[in-house]
Design a protein around this ligand. Structure first.
Ligand code: 5GP
Length: 209
């Protein structure tokens, strides 16, 4: 590990099924502490109302996405509900080198790729307290989706949560417990930053003349 590596920020992978509240949680983290940086992903899905290119996602077409994969510009990528999603490698590396804690809000297949490629990454799964709450949240969103879409989201949630054992931490996002969930993530970051394995140069530096 070089001195540069010691200054490196944490690579935080945050996953959670639709309805886990991970988006709100991440927004709070970003507001609370400016050491966090959100990694803006690329996707081939169409922007939703209110989403902005370069802020929520880089909205690109399939041809462009496949060219970026071929050029090894993606740290990870996956297909989800018929669209590509991927993490731009260069931005993540630059932000980590600058000492930022970089948040990847990605689904489980991409997280497993990060786990392989970047073993120092910290994987956190956000979940609702139980399946009933998840279902109630998905039905109560009022985003006018069909029963079929809700069923599919619930099925996807089951698949995603079946990968929980591959993650390092679980954070349960209970009803009206968002502050608790945010603080748990902050605590995880503090503990991970204090790992001896991230401070290999410490002793050398400590005894340096
Ligand atoms: P949405 O279309 O609702 O914004 O996102 C759908 C799913 O794709 C979410 O689970 C989200 O976390 C995931 N996702 C967003 N960006 C990326 C990415 O860069 N890579 C991967 N693997 N998943 C992503």
């Amino acid at each position: 590990m070089t001195m540069e590596n010691m200054k490196k920020g944490l690579l935080l992978v945050i996953s959670g099924p639709s309805g886990s509240g991970k988006g709100t949680l991440i927004k709070r983290l970003l507001e609370l502490d400016d050491s966090f940086i959100y990694s803006v992903s690329a996707t081939t899905r169409a922007p939703r109302i209110g989403e902005r290119n370069g802020v929520n996602y880089y909205f690109i077409d399939r041809e462009d996405f496949e060219a970026r994969i071929a050029d090894d510009m993606m740290l990870e990528h996956a297909e989800y509900c018929g669209n590509y999603y991927g993490t731009p490698k260069k931005e993540v590396n630059e932000n980590l080198a600058a000492g930022h804690n970089v948040i990847l809000e990605i689904e489980v297949a991409g997280s497993m790729q990060i786990k392989q490629k970047c073993p120092e990454a910290v994987l956190i799964m956000i979940t609702p307290p139980d399946f009933k709450t998840l279902e109630a949240r998905l039905r109560g969103r009022g985003d006018n989706v069909t029963e079929d879409v809700i069923r599919r989201r619930l099925e996807t949630a089951k698949v995603e949560l079946s990968k929980l054992g591959e993650y390092d931490y679980i954070v349960i996002n209970g009803e009206n417990m968002i502050d608790d969930a945010v603080h748990r993530i902050m605590d995880i970051v503090i503990a991970e930053k204090s790992r001896v394995s991230r401070a290999n140069e410490f002793t050398k530096k400590f005894f340096a003349e």
